[in-house]
Design a binder for this molecule. Structure first.
Ligand code: DAT
Ligand code: MG
Length: 139
């Protein structure tokens, strides 16, 4: 089974969109393998977003991601699941995201874009290990 790390970001929780977002993955046929509500702090966000620490938007990104609780999910399915989740999410900027995608249907601007999904199978396994160490793959 291919796995990916999904985060329903603080805006999604605040707006009561978690059920809608999880429902889209379930309707597609993907499985929820793990779920947790967690108020993220700067330490865990620094590990999760390690590739972005030097980007100009990093401070705004982590301020947003740490302002209220998020819902962390491990989503699993057949080969291609990581890309399928990205396609259900839509483009990073909700203003550009296609209608029918989560970001396209519910978002307006890039920081508050509702949902995170890993961008490859390697980053998926690394991110799952950050938030769900008990589910980390061997090696
Ligand atoms: P994605 O979440 O689609 O994988 P990313 O990994 O490039 O996008 O960036 C992580 C998050 O950082 C993204 O969800 C929202 C924020 N972000 C990205 N680019 C940004 C920008 N140009 N301005 C402000 N925030 C940005
Ligand atoms: Mg990314």
């Amino acid at each position: 089974m291919e796995r990916t790390l999904v985060i329903c970001k603080p805006d999604a929780v605040e707006r009561g969109l978690v059920g809608e977002i999880i429902g889209r993955f379930e309707c597609k046929g993907l499985r929820i393998l793990a779920a947790e509500v967690l108020h993220l702090d700067l330490e865990i966000l620094g590990r999760h977003y390690a590739e972005h620490v030097d980007r100009p938007f990093y401070d705004d990104l982590v301020a947003f991601m740490s302002r209220s609780p998020a819902v962390l999910l491990v989503v699993g399915g057949p080969e291609g699941t990581v890309a399928m989740v990205r396609s259900l999410m839509g483009a990073t900027d909700p203003g550009q995201a296609a209608p029918g995608t989560i970001r396209g249907d519910f978002g307006l601007e890039v920081t508050e874009n509702l949902v995170h999904g890993s961008d490859g199978t390697g980053s998926a396994e690394r991110e799952i290990a950050v938030f769900f160490p008990a589910l980390a793959s061997a090696g």
